[in-house]
Each structure stands twice: as structure tokens, then as C-alpha cells.
Design a protein around this ligand. Sequence first.
Ligand code: 3HC
Length: 269
Amino acid sequence: MGAGIAQIAVTAGHDTVGREVSAEVAERGRATVERYLARGVEKGRLTAEARDTALARLTLTTDLAELAGCDLVIEAIVEELEPKRGLFAELDRITRPDAVLATNTSALSVAAIAEATQHPERVVGMHFFNPAPVLPLVEIVRAPRSSDAAVDLAYQWAEQAGKRPVRCNDTPGFIVNRILIPLLNDCVRVLDEAGVTPEDLDTAMTNGAGWPMGPCALVDLVGIDVHVHASKALHAQLGEPRMAPPERLVAMQCEGKLGRKTGAGFYTY
Ligand code: 3HC
């Protein structure tokens, strides 16, 4: 997700610092951006020169301090509250006071992340959808203490980058995940309840309900771990049984079958 967001930023003309946990993971992210921009050149969406200019805007680092000069920081780390709170407390110390700090959380409370900082007014949600360079939507999430200026900057940034932002409040799952996560959980439960294979379930939903991809392929794309974390967060906040992650997904997570990113999930990649 971080690589996808970096791709959006450099394509929109912004000097971008991509911070990763290791140089190796960062280079993998750069390779992903390069691959999709090269594809864009092949398809005539951008020139080779525009691709090179965009790639030159991307700097990679493992050092958080290198984000000090940024106007906008978009966080896309693991979907767990404590690591996000720790990161935002540090970003709050490192960055300029007028920088906007955005979280790409799927279903955690933006306020709970913002409260780890001394300046919660500059914290908002910017929730992208996978694959981020392709799907237009960005949910711009206003937490109770977010300032108008921070919300407006995030909205305008997304719009200028060619995305389709919508404003929403800091409610569990915001708009899309409030609906999509329990729905995908239902789909996964149907596999065992109805004795259907992932292939047949996906064929059914793409051909019978017009989905662009089947639910099992979609959970593989999102990441089993991300989906399980988001399910747990929604369940903790709203308490509906169907929001809790299905056992089958929890078992896949324990086995390290996290979907496309590990080469195996419902499908093998
Ligand atoms: N980065 C950049 N570009 C990508 C990409 C990526 N990761 N993945 C695919 N693309 C590009 C492809 O290169 C292709 O471009 P091309 O025209 O140059 O070939 C284009 O996207 C379409 O891809 P494909 O031809 O391979 O396949 P499809 O036409 O079937 O589209 C899809 C793929 C866009 C993924 C489509 O199936 C789709 O929209 N699926 C639904 C995705 C969805 O619902 N996402 C939301 C998940 S929920 C979420 O993310 C929230 C989180 O909080 C859980």
C-alpha cells in the first residue's frame, strides 16, 4: 500500500520520501512503482520522460528523521493501534508544526491515533483502496479534533493527484469498510457453510453479482492480515458477530498465508 501511495505522490509531481523498515523492503517498493510506471508508458498513459521524472522524485530511507521537511506524511504501517500511536508521537516531534499527519488506517479510530500526539488537530485519515494507484476513492476522515485546514489540505492533495476524495467522519470502518469487511466475512463463511470452493465462490460473485473480482481474490489482494486486523477493530467497536474475523482467515494468518504478498492465500501467485 505504501508503494502504491508513493506512486500516486510522485506521479502527481511531489518530491516524496518513502520510509521503510529495511532498505530491502524499500527497494522492493521502488521496484513495484517502477513496474507500474513502465506499464503506464507501454499503455501510452505517460511518456518515458514523465516516468523518469516521477521516479527521480522518490527518495528511500529507513530513517524517520528524513521526514522532517515533509508537508504531508501518509502513514501505512501495520494495522495495529499501539505501533501507529508510537509512530505518530514520533512524527509529531520530528515534523514541522504545520505538517499534516495522515493515517491510512482501514478501521482503527483516527482519534485514538491522533491523541498520541501533542497536536491532534493536524491528524486526519486518508484511506486509500487497493490497488491504490488504480482505485479512485480516498476517504478523508475527520476526527473530532482535526482542524478544517488539515482536512482541506488532505482533500485537495487527493483531488490534485487525480483521486476521488470523499469526506467522512471517524466512525468504525468509515464508509466502505463498514460495509465491505462484514460482507467479505460473510463470503468467507459461505465457503464452509455451503461447501463451496474459492474458485466457485469467486465465479459466482463476478458472474452473478457483477463484482470486478471475486471475494477470495479480493481478500488475497487486500492481505489476510490487514483484513483480519480490520475485522477485529470493527468487531471491537461495533460488536456484531459477523464483523469478527472468520476462523478460516485467522488460521491462514497463523500459517503465514497472507495472500498475494506472500505468494499464497486462497490462491497461489
Ligand atoms: N498498482 C498499479 N496498477 C495496478 C496494480 C497495482 N497494484 N494492480 C493492477 N494495476 C493496473 C494494471 O496494470 C492494469 O492496468 P493496464 O490497463 O495498464 O493493464 C489495471 O490496473 C487493471 O488491472 P488488470 O487488467 O490486471 O485487471 P482488472 O481489469 O481485472 O482490474 C482491479 C483489477 C483494478 C484490481 C479490479 O479487479 C478491481 O477494481 N477489483 C476490486 C478491488 C477492490 O475492491 N479494492 C478495494 C479493496 S478494500 C481496501 O483496499 C480497503 C482496505 O482498507 C481493506
